[in-house]
Design a protein around this ligand. Structure first.
Ligand code: C5P
Length: 473
């Protein structure tokens, strides 16, 4: 079936519930793609005059499903979560639809309530994030919702789906980008991928680099300043700090040289990995962090992970002034916390144990559960772990452990990490899921060690089997 037809069917379901005056709850995930997709769906329903509320969840576990079941709402639109809980949702909710891109079990692909990227024949980890799916659904509801397309771009880069040549968006995400460009909402430039390209002093931009994370340079403004001074780059002109966008080509090459010379040659990191498409949101002020879709994404992630989901949603819905100021304050706090954790991990080396190509990170008493995902993403981007799978654990409340797992970019094999986390978590009475390169789980604390060992074993077996298969072919 054509994608358009599928979006139309789901749009019809929403329209019918709006006409019936059903009490609608949009329930979405707390990361940036979740906040953006939830906001798109909420706004699209609101514009139809719906009786609609938006709520953000850290994950959809059994408890959250029970809460939905006991609530006063009559129709649920779940976004960016729930694909590993479809059986439970079917058993608990009378009326719902689910818009998601996480890995889904084969048995649920025919479920008429589920609009999942994989079901559309797309790779949910690369081709379409939840915000993009939500955007095309919103566009089916009303063509004027094309003004929400920048949020699809933000969600796509937030979930690191910029995986085409030069860190570009591909497939359905690219179509959303194309809508945004045609409407004049987004423009594309190519440059070095450093945060704060137009808004921050160069040494700050360099210190904010966290993909790759370079111990000693990332998070360290003084080190970045010294490295740039040593490379004889003028950091100020007429007393004002220069930004990356003001540098000449030669000066940018020097910045690239600083970065590459900090990564061991064995990691085979190339200039191309540092350069890419930058998506500029035209309606945003040129000095605002919302101007660059990747920074917008980091800001939303910060809001979601620091307990300020409402602020993140307000920004998505177009509120600026006080809300943007609060979001920017949250972003600084978030960066400060992540930096502090990363500095501790550099010192407390015993927190990471390595078994073949799997690194197990013990984040207990150091990493709050909501920050575990971003920290794990940064760890796996650093030179020492780029060729590994990192499985990180930390406490979540008194009785549970939160797990985040990431596959390094130069890990030699393609895994289905989301399916592994789902399968092993279920075995231990927990929930898990995600994508091929990034996945998570929550399990009872007493099983944390066995869980980590089984995940490591499965990762190793699966990658060995893939390599043997390749050799035989
Ligand atoms: O929490 P974290 O950032 O590590 O999650 C990585 C990915 O795994 C996210 O896309 C998240 O939605 C997914 N996940 C999941 N089920 C869980 C935990 C995480 O599908 N229980």
């Amino acid at each position: 079936m054509e994608h358009r037809q599928v979006f139309k069917e789901f749009a019809d379901i929403i329209e019918e519930r709006v006409e019936k005056r059903s009490k609608i709850l949009v329930a979405s995930h707390l990361d940036a793609d979740g906040l953006a997709s939830g906001s798109i769906l909420f706004e699209a329903c609101r514009r139809l005059g719906a009786n609609v509320t938006l709520r953000i969840y850290p994950e959809l576990d059994g408890r959250a499903v029970e809460e939905l079941r006991g609530s006063r709402y009559e129709f649920f639109i779940l976004a960016d979560l729930g694909s590993s809980m479809i059986a439970e949702l079917d058993g608990s909710l009378n009326d719902y639809i689910l818009i998601d891109h996480h890995v889904i079990q084969e048995a649920h692909t025919q479920n008429p309530r589920v609009l999942n990227a994989w079901k559309l024949g797309l790779d949910g980890g690369r081709d379409a994030c939840s915000s993009t799916l939500a955007y095309f659904l919103a566009k089916e509801l009303d063509h004027r919702n094309v003004d929400l397309s920048p949020l699809a771009v933000v969600g796509s880069v937030a979930d690191r789906q910029d995986c085409g040549p030069k860190h570009s968006l591909i497939e359905l995400n690219r179509l959303a980008l194309s809508d945004a460009m045609k409407a004049g909402h987004v423009s594309v430039v190519e440059d070095l991928l450093l945060p704060g390209r137009e808004t921050r002093p160069l040494h700050e931009s360099l210190s904010l680099l966290n993909n790759p994370y370079i111990p000693g340079l990332s998070g360290n403004k003084d080190a970045a300043y010294s490295a740039l001074m040593k490379a004889e780059i003028n950091l100020k002109v007429s007393g004002a700090w220069r930004t990356l966008s003001e540098l000449t080509k030669e000066e940018k090459s020097k910045v690239v040289e600083i970065i590459l010379s900090s990564i061991p040659p064995s990691q085979r990191f190339t200039v191309e990995q540092l350069i890419g498409e930058i998506y500029l949101i035209e309606l945003e002020d040129s000095l605002s962090p919302l101007r660059d879709a990747r920074e917008y994404a980091t800001l939303l992630n910060a809001c979601g992970r620091m307990g300020k989901q409402d602020i993140g949603v307000s920004v998505c819905l177009g509120n600026r002034d006080r809300y943007l100021a609060e979001a920017m304050k949250t972003l600084s706090e978030y960066r400060f916390n992540i930096n502090r954790i990363m500095q501790s991990l550099v010192v407390e080396t015993s927190r990471i144990s390595i078994k073949d190509s799997v690194a197990i990170l013990n984040g207990r008493e150091l990493i709050p559960d909501k920050l575990l995902g971003p920290v794990t993403s940064i760890v796996v981007s650093s030179p020492d772990y780029r060729d590994k799978v990192v499985v990180a654990l930390t406490n979540s409340g008194e009785k549970e452990v939160k797990v985040s797992a990431r596959v390094g970019e130069s890990f030699g094999s393609v895994l289905n990490l989301g399916a592994i986390m789902d399968e092993v978590a279920r075995k231990f009475g927990g929930t898990g899921g995600g994508h091929s390169m990034a996945a998570g789980a929550k399990i009872p604390s007493e099983f944390s060690e066995s869980f980590a060992n089984q995940v490591a074993e499965k990762v190793l077996n699966e990658s060995r089997a893939k390599i043997e298969n390749k050799v035989q072919k």
